[in-house]
Design a protein around this ligand. Sequence first.
Ligand SMILES: Cc1cc2nc3c(=O)[nH]c(=O)nc-3n(C[C@H](O)[C@H](O)[C@H](O)COP(=O)(O)OP(=O)(O)OC[C@H]3O[C@@H](n4cnc5c(N)ncnc54)[C@H](O)[C@@H]3O)c2cc1C
Length: 411
Amino acid sequence: MDEVIIVGAGIGGLTLGLALHQAGIACRIYESAPELRTVGVGINLLPHAARELAALGLEDALARVAIETANATFFNRYGQLIYQEPLGRAAGYDHPQFSIHRGDLQMVLLDAFRSRAGSDRIVTNCHCVGVAQDEASVIVSFSDGPGGKNSHNVRGRVAIACDGIHSVLRKQFFPEEGEPRYSGVNMWRGVTRWKPILSGASMVRAGWLSHGKMVIYPIRPAGDDGLQLINWVAEIETPNYRKRDWNRTGSLDDFIGAFANWHFDWLDVPAFIRAADSVLEFPMVDQDPLPRWSFGRVTLLGDAAHPMVPRGSNGAGQAILDARALTAALLQHADPVAALAAYEAQRLQATAQVVLTNRTNPPDAILREVFQRTNDRPFADIDDVISRDELVALSEGYKRIAGYSKDALRK
Ligand SMILES: Cc1cc2nc3c(=O)[nH]c(=O)nc-3n(C[C@H](O)[C@H](O)[C@H](O)COP(=O)(O)OP(=O)(O)OC[C@H]3O[C@@H](n4cnc5c(N)ncnc54)[C@H](O)[C@@H]3O)c2cc1C
């Protein structure tokens, strides 16, 4: 009855569970899936998110399974280097940037939550179908899995919707909103076991969306065979898309043609893509920022609150920041309604800016600038195309908006 009810055991829900437990606030997590498995592919944790996870005592556990990303590199589709900058600790931050398999991140969070709070604090096969509230409590209704016939209610102090991009509770509060908004870019994602590329800890962005863009970064340390698990995403402007599903299989033939000539001295891209374990396809979508997240004793967090296109490595990080802010608000305000309002006041505008900037000027705006200024031709000298100062300004502008400039993190 006094517990915080967390709906969804994804990155945001599990981080919130850990943060609340650390703060001495009782909570329980209800997850729709019958069991939590290592699904997904790569994800990045920028230094602001790594700082919050370090405060939860997770940095060593993450470092064991992730790559500490050392630099970002930008290339045109001829394999010419446009710009390179250090990342994370290599850039002077107090915390690393981690590139990690989403499933590995989820398992680090899940193991920590189970061992600290107790296994009974997370309940699977509970698919949230709605919420109601009165003066003193909130009542969340669950079925046994999506479409399940059996249902039961749970009463708590507050309910936090961490149920991802297809959030049921977001739909309850905004029934007219409609489906996520397609950006016009389709993505094919996969992982390939391959020898280290460039520094072995580089985040590569290459090409441009109209002809085909690739994002490539390693997500697990090399095994005894010297191969790393390397995440890649092919992004191409495509008028139509099929329904979004995190686990839908994609076909190589639908996109590999865009990269057929990408034989670079630092990577043979077509061979690399063909060696993938599997290919997933999903459209790049987001939603317009909402006017509010908190309704009395219920609020939204993570993708349920602010789904964003994955062009700034920020989706998981902003969910983690939400979790810390909400925990602080619940500690600060005895009245839960006031706490949820304070959380919204701190996070809604901040994340709305990230959502909108990811549409217009994410870090890969560097690629767009060079694509346009060169008319998509190779260049003789990058300094003739764009100055180093402009490149730095594009990169630093995004860090400020997303809240991970070095100055912001030193405060
Ligand atoms: C299966 C899956 C694979 C993903 N793969 C990637 C990836 O490869 N790369 C990437 O960048 N991002 C991926 N994401 C998204 C990424 O995790 C989020 O963008 C980000 O981490 C924010 O996390 P979140 O906790 O808000 O949402 P999510 O991590 O999406 O977590 C939402 C959780 O809520 C659960 N849930 C959904 N509906 C209900 C309900 N009605 N009742 C109870 N529980 C519910 C889901 O099963 C899930 O565990 C994936 C998400 C999922 C669910």
